[in-house]
Design a binder for this molecule. Structure first.
Ligand code: AP5
Length: 220
C-alpha cells in the first residue's frame, strides 16, 4: 500500500506519517527530512537547498524528483511507502506518476490534512525536536514528560528548525497556496483524494486516517 500525505506546513504530516509507519509497516519518504540531511552534511545540494528553505521557498523540481526517485528505487521491495511533503507541484505530481508506472506501482490513497493558518502558526512556532534522536515535541501540545529530557533517548539537547520563524512560516504558507494546493484537483479527478479535518488532536487525526486506509468513512 502506497500513500501520500498532503497539507500545509505544520498540518501534522510528519507526526501522522510516523504513526502510520508503525501501524502498517511502511517506509516514510519525507523530502523535507532528506533535504535537512543534505544541509547537515554540507553537500552541494544541501547548500543550494538551505538558502531556499530558509526563505520558505520550494526547492527546484528536478532536484526533488531525482532525490525521491533514488529512494523509491531503493525501496521497491517494501510493503509500501508514505510520501510526506511530496509532490508539492504539478510537475512533481506528473513525475511521480511516471516513476510509479515505470515500476508497475500505484498510489492507493492521497490524504489531505486541512488545518487553518492560525493553527499552523501556533504549531510551527512551538515545535522543537530532540537533537539526538530527532523525535518531535511542542511547547504546548507535546512537551517531554520531564522538562529538558527526551522521553525516548534521554538526551538533554533540543533544536528548533531555522524555517520555523514567523516570517518564514508566512512565506511557506504562500508557497503552499500558490504551488501545492492547486495539485489537489489532480488527485481528486483520479478518485483517490480524501480530505480530513486536521484540527483535532493528534490521536483523532490518526484515527481518521486509519479509517480511510481500512476502507471506512471518517466523520469530520
Ligand atoms: P517539510 O519538512 O516538508 O516542511 P513542511 O511541509 O513545511 O511541513 P512541516 O514539516 O513543517 O510540518 P508537518 O506537516 O510535517 O507538521 P508536523 O507533524 O511536524 O519541508 C521543508 C522545506 O523543504 C520546504 O519549505 C521546502 O523549502 C523544502 N521542500 C520539502 N519538500 C519539497 C518538495 N517536494 N518540493 C520542493 N521543496 C521541498 O507538526 C508540526 C507541529 O505541530 C509539531 O510540533 C507537532 O507536535 C504539532 N502537531 C502535529 N499535529 C498536531 C495536532 N493534531 N494538534 C496539535 N499539534 C500538532
Amino acid at each position: 500500500m502506497n500513500l501520500i500525505i498532503l497539507g500545509p506546513p505544520g498540518a501534522g504530516k510528519g507526526t501522522q506519517c510516523k504513526k502510520l509507519v508503525k501501524d502498517f509497516d511502511l517506509i516514510q519518504l519525507s523530502t523535507g527530512e532528506m533535504l535537512r540531511a543534505e544541509v547537515k552534511s554540507g553537500s552541494r545540494v544541501g547548500n543550494k537547498a538551505k538558502k531556499l528553505m530558509d526563505a520558505g521557498s520550494l526547492v527546484p523540481d528536478d532536484l526533488i524528483v531525482e532525490m525521491i526517485s533514488i529512494q523509491i528505487d531503493k525501496h521497491v521491495n517494501v510493503k509500501g511507502f508514505i510520501l510526506d511533503g511530496f509532490p508539492r507541484t504539478a510537475a512533481q505530481a506528473g513525475a511521480l506518476d511516471g516513476m510509479l508506472s515505470e515500476k508497475a506501482l500505484k498510489m492507493d490513497h492521497v490524504i489531505q490534512l486541512e488545518v487553518d493558518e492560525d493553527a499552523v502558526i501556533k504549531r510551527l512556532s512551538g515545535r522543537f525536536s530532540c537533537a539526538e534522536c530527532n523525535i518531535g515535541y511542542h511547547d504546548v501540545f507535546k512537551r517531554p514528560i520531564e522538562d529538558n529530557k527526551c522521553d525516548i533517548c534521554g538526551a538533554q539537547e533540543f533544536v528548533r528548525r531555522t524555517d520555523d520563524k514567523l516570517e518564514t512560516i508566512h512565506s511557506r504558507l504562500a508557497a503552499y497556496r500558490h504551488k501545492s494546493e492547486p495539485i489537489l484537483p489532480y488527485y481528486n479527478d483520479k478518485g483517490i483524494l480524501k480530505c480530513i479535518d486536521g484540527m483535532g488532536s493528534m490521536e483523532d487525526v490518526h484515527t481518521k486516517i486509519k479509517e480511510i486506509i481500512m476502507g471506512g468513512d471518517p466523520k469530520n
